[in-house]
Design a protein around this ligand. Structure first.
Ligand SMILES: NC(=O)c1ccc[n+]([C@@H]2O[C@H](COP(=O)([O-])OP(=O)(O)OC[C@H]3O[C@@H](n4cnc5c(N)ncnc54)[C@H](O)[C@@H]3O)[C@@H](O)[C@H]2O)c1
Ligand SMILES: O=C(O)C[C@H](O)C(=O)O
Ligand SMILES: [Mg+2]
Length: 437
């Protein structure tokens, strides 16, 4: 059972006297929950009203917070409890909007018929002009079959839509790309490939998302070969890029030569295989992996990686541990060795929390929120589209990883994804690498 994070906003009024807010904060902390943002809604002489974001792992903890606050002196009052996450999804997170205002008949005749006909004929005569006179060159299809949504598994494409909309929001806000979710009601590789081939003309590139393994490998390989536009499975290569960036930053801080380090990958699905391949492409000599499926181990060996027998063996052999199994709490703190670098990247819950890993002796630790492909895919696609690239190559991915790591502040593993400059830096590096390819 996954312990999903529960986030609620609690609006609390307390007397404007020292110590009262502390009682509320203590109620939250003692229930084992975390305080997120705190917004002061009203700061009066008699009382103060705050909107406190509370993050809990279990519903019982949230219940405990609420009942403890309700049992505080009666001048402490809860006015509302809201689920902000759900509220942010009301009506969906994206919409298609026009870039042009239609105010006059002249506008109408220009942007629609009859004016539009001349543009159509121009594109018919010179198809490359579609890049300048349509939105195609700035649109990316976000394609999913819903079979590996985050670490939630095969929950179907419609249930996965909030993730696809989320990716679309990031595309738009970070790099100005229109990301259009495409939900497929099939996971059969032949049908997925055929379907994407039939719709690709409306897009400048294809991002495959949360398509499970092993069919994701065949689908991506075939689409890359058969389509004239960039195709990238983000759970594979976007994740590999940010993981390499984080490992480069950790190695720099620890004064370790990454190529000589022993890297252990736990979980050899979409993300795990690509991380191993990326590490090997970067020159790491010893890349080890484990998975509970023999076919996944075989696949890693075919890519040139080595396999081990158990989780315990990976933990005792390797200096850098990366986990992408989707299994919350898989790595027990007693398996962590002092000085290890541990990236437990499964979402929504990691294989070990960074706090537990550090407490158990890890030198660096991060989870899938900190090291997330959100820092990579916007700039990778922006750079590929800017360069007019026909595909996304390893040199472009390595350039993205190096750019992210070089941009990371000392003491951190990865930059803040909300820093708009980081996406510009990634896009430039990818565009340059595409041009030099
Ligand atoms: N942080 C990020 O940016 C990021 C990006 C992509 C994926 N992820 C996370 O990684 C996880 C996996 O995603 P994926 O797309 O690779 O899924 P996937 O289904 O393709 O791969 C999961 C792999 O883990 C293996 N596995 C499961 N339990 C295991 C265990 N106990 N021991 C060993 N192997 C085990 C499975 O056999 C499978 O091969 C998800 O939780 C996802 O959220 C994170
Ligand atoms: O989609 C994300 O935000 C992260 C990643 O792709 C995942 O599948 O966990
Ligand atoms: Mg994903």
């Amino acid at each position: 059972m996954l312990n999903q994070e529960i986030i609620r906003s609690i609006i609390v009024e307390t007397p404007s006297k020292p110590g009262y807010f502390a009682k509320v904060a203590t109620a939250i902390g003692e229930a084992g929950c975390h305080i997120g943002d705190i917004e002061t809604i009203r700061n009066g002489t008699m009382s103060t009203v705050r909107n406190i974001s509370v993050h809990c792992e279990r519903a019982e903890q949230l219940d405990a917070v609420i009942s403890t606050i309700r049992n505080l002196p009666e001048d402490v009052q809860i006015h509302a409890i809201t689920d902000d996450v759900l509220r942010a999804h009301e009506g969906g997170k994206i919409e298609m909007k026009s870039r042009i205002d239609v105010r006059s008949l002249r506008d109408l005749q220009q942007i629609y018929t009859p004016g539009v006909a001349s543009v159509c004929l121009d594109i018919q005569a010179n198809p490359e002009k579609a890049r300048y006179f349509t939105s195609i060159g700035n649109s990316v299809a976000i394609v999913t079959d819903g079979t590996a949504i985050l670490g939630l598994g095969d929950i179907g494409p419609v249930a996965g839509m909030p993730v696809m909309e989320g990716k679309s929001v990031l595309f738009n806000q970070f790099v100005g790309i229109s990301g259009i979710p495409i939900l497929l009601d099939t996971s059969d590789p032949d049908t997925v490939v055929e379907t994407v081939k039939h719709i690709h003309q409306g897009f400048g590139a294809i991002l495959l998302e949360d398509i499970g393994s092993p069919h994701c490998f065949e689908i991506e390989e075939r689409l890359k070969k058969e389509l004239p536009i960039p195709v990238m499975h983000d759970d594979q290569h976007g994740t590999a890029v940010v993981t390499l960036a984080a490992v480069l930053s950790a190695c720099r801080a620890a004064n370790v030569d990454i190529t000589q380090a022993k890297i252990g990958q736990i979980g050899l699905g979409a993300a795990g295989q690509a991380i191993c391949r990326m590490m090997m492409a970067y020159g790491v000599e010893e890349v080890y992996g484990i998975d509970r499926q023999e076919a996944a181990l075989e696949r890693l060996r075919n890519y040139g990686g080595k396999t081990l027998a158990s989780l315990e063996e990976v933990m005792s052999t390797c200096d850098i541990i990366i986990a992408t199994t989707g299994v919350s709490g898989l790595i027990k703190p007693e398996l962590v060795r002092p000085g290890q670098i541990i990236l437990a990247l499964s979402n929504p819950n990691p294989e070990i929390t960074p706090d537990d890993a550090i407490q158990a002796g890890a030198a660096f630790a991060a989870d899938g929120r900190m090291v997330n492909n959100a820092i990579g895919f916007p700039g990778i696609f922006r750079g590929a589209l800017n360069a007019g690239a026909k595909e996304i190559t390893y040199p472009m991915l390595v350039a993205a990883a190096t750019a992210i790591s070089d941009y990371t502040r000392a003491g951190e593993l990865i930059p803040n994804p909300l820093d708009p400059n980081v996406h510009v830096v990634v896009a430039r590096a990818v565009e340059l690498a595409a041009q030099n390819d």
